[in-house]
Design a protein around this ligand. Structure first.
Ligand SMILES: [Zn+2]
Ligand SMILES: [Zn+2]
Length: 363
């Protein structure tokens, strides 16, 4: 398989250049390692708050995307966890890099087939805007792994309000993606799921945060997200652990049938994983009968989203980043850990003189 990424060893995981031609830059704090795995994926509490708006409520950081992911086997065993961020230098969305064909995750899953579950915890819903086409990439991705389940938890809606140029296309794409229910679910982050994310991906969490109830502003936003995703996709979120404190103004304006109570259902995924060592929160959770049967019927699956742009176009690095150029740099802190499927050790000081020659890390 042709690959376009490079993977390096970090202290507690790996650092991945999603595209071999990325390089360190002052214009992108995360460049070039936009994918980080294992414990390298943890962020500070401050960074988590800035991106996800937890615990105080939505922050809507326009230019900051942060996605955490988990990959699990069918028996629930954890295979990998990681972090993906957007690139402000080349204006690349996180989903676009994560779901790239022949990209890092594609290659990883290909080597671990069959994979049971891919779960995303993201600060924004995915878009399908011109130049990114994130949902189209997700769509193609789940077609390549038809046995895998995809659950997306989000904290904020991205460009679905009428004032955004692509809001119609974003909403249509979300609707189409949600049409893969029950293989694909779109859910608001809520109550206990927040703490699940905190434990797995955040460091230096204040103790008070771990034990206090979800603050009203955050709970209200989560409830609003549940209503909005239902309103947009026609499918009620499958996994909601919502302590519903008050209905936001926006949702009060929704028609009566869209204001149905969201039944709290917690820890929907039956598999065991990273978070089984934190049972304390279970005692705080509402007693439920497990995931409710969703009354909404999945919409018809549409193979290709109708877009005003050429969404089927295969992403080409030269198209995406006209400024991409051959590098002449020295990487002194990492070492290449895999090449052509074999473990190799290399001198830590490794000079890259031709980006093309160093583009492949796996066969
Ligand atoms: Zn970048
Ligand atoms: Zn996007």
């Amino acid at each position: 398989m042709e690959t376009i990424f490079q993977e390096f060893s970090g202290y507690n995981g790996t650092l991945v250049k999603p595209y071999y031609w990325l390089y360190p830059s002052h214009n992108c704090l995360k460049c070039p390692y936009h994918i980080r795995t294992g414990e390298e994926s943890r962020v500070t509490y401050g960074e988590f708050y800035e991106a996800f708006g937890f615990p105080y409520g939505p922050t809507m950081p326009e230019n900051k995307q942060l996605i955490f992911y988990e990959i699990k086997a069918f028996n629930g065993a954890a295979i990998q966890k990681g972090q993906v961020t957007n690139c402000t230098l080349f204006n690349l969305h996180a989903e676009s890099m994560l779901f790239e064909k022949h990209g890092y995750i594609d290659s990883f899953l290909y080597q671990h087939i069959p994979v049971g579950y891919l779960t995303l915890y993201t600060n924004f819903t995915p878009c399908n805007e011109h130049g990114h086409c994130c949902i189209s990439k997700i769509y193609d991705f789940i077609m390549r792994y038809p046995e895998m389940r995809l659950d997306i938890y989000f904290s904020q809606m991205y460009h679905v309000a009428e004032e955004f140029t692509f809001s119609f296309w974003n909403k249509e794409a979300l609707k189409s993606l949600a049409g893969h229910w029950p293989r694909v679910t779109l859910n608001p982050l809520s109550n206990g799921v927040w703490r699940t994310v905190l434990y797995a991906f955040v460091k230096d969490i204040p103790e008070s945060t771990l034990y206090q109830p979800i603050l009203p502003a955050r709970a209200s936003a989560d409830s609003y997200n549940a209503h909005m995703i239902h309103f947009i996709t026609g499918i009620k979120p499958y996994f909601v652990d919502d302590p519903i404190v008050s209905q936001p103004q926006e949702s009060k304006r929704l028609p009566e049938y869209q204001r149905e109570k969201i039944y709290p259902t917690f820890f929907p995924q039956p598999q065991q994983g990273f978070f089984q060592s934190y049972p304390m929160f279970m005692s705080h959770l509402p007693i439920t009968q497990g995931p409710k049967e969703v009354t909404s019927k999945p919409i018809q699956i549409v193979r290709h989203l109708k877009m005003p742009v050429d969404i089927g176009k295969v992403v080409n690095s030269s198209d995406m980043a006209p400024n991409a150029r051959k590098m002449d740099e020295v990487i002194v802190t990492e070492q290449l850990v895999k090449e052509k499927g074999k473990e190799v050790k290399r001198d830590r000081r490794r000079k890259i003189t031709d980006s093309g020659k160093n583009s492949s890390t796996k066969s």
